[in-house]
Design a protein around this ligand. Structure first.
Ligand SMILES: [Fe+2]
Length: 144
């Protein structure tokens, strides 16, 4: 159970970092493809942001407290911060790479939750994998 709680917090902090990065890209993207990338990043950050409250409350149901500070998030997240200004294509590439990393984290979390008999929790995690599959498809298609 302790392993599940720890991994859940790592996944949460990583998801939050991913949300923030997609939102930052939505704000700062420039160039000929501004409109479509601004919209794509907007759709991604809104979907991820829409999941985080339920995610946090599911983790609370595992009888542990939620990290909720940038200090704690930076200790837990597996998604690297981006502080440089990227061009649109680099933004899509980076988000796709982060999305792949998140899928690996969520798949591991799913296995650990199943092994712990936390089927309600793993059901939520499976839905996150589904959502990130969709984000991955759209990011990949954008790069072609
Ligand atoms: Fe906006």
């Amino acid at each position: 159970m302790e392993n599940l709680q720890k991994l859940a917090k790592i996944a949460f902090a990583s998801e939050f970092s991913f949300y923030l990065k997609a939102h930052q890209f939505h704000w700062n993207v420039e160039g000929m493809f501004f409109e479509s990338l601004h919209t794509l990043f907007g759709r991604i950050y809104e979907e991820v942001y829409g999941s985080i409250d339920e995610f946090a409350e599911k983790i609370r149901s595992l009888d542990t407290y939620m990290p909720g500070s940038y200090t704690r998030f930076s200790m837990l997240t597996q998604i690297e911060d981006e502080t440089e200004m990227l061009d649109g294509k680099q933004m899509v590439q980076e988000l796709l790479k982060d999305n792949e990393k998140l899928k690996i984290i969520f798949k591991k979390l799913f296995e650990v939750a199943e092994a712990a008999g936390e089927h309600g929790f793993s059901d939520f995690v499976a839905a996150r994998i589904d959502a990130h599959d969709k984000h991955g498809w759209q990011l990949k298609a954008t790069l072609k």
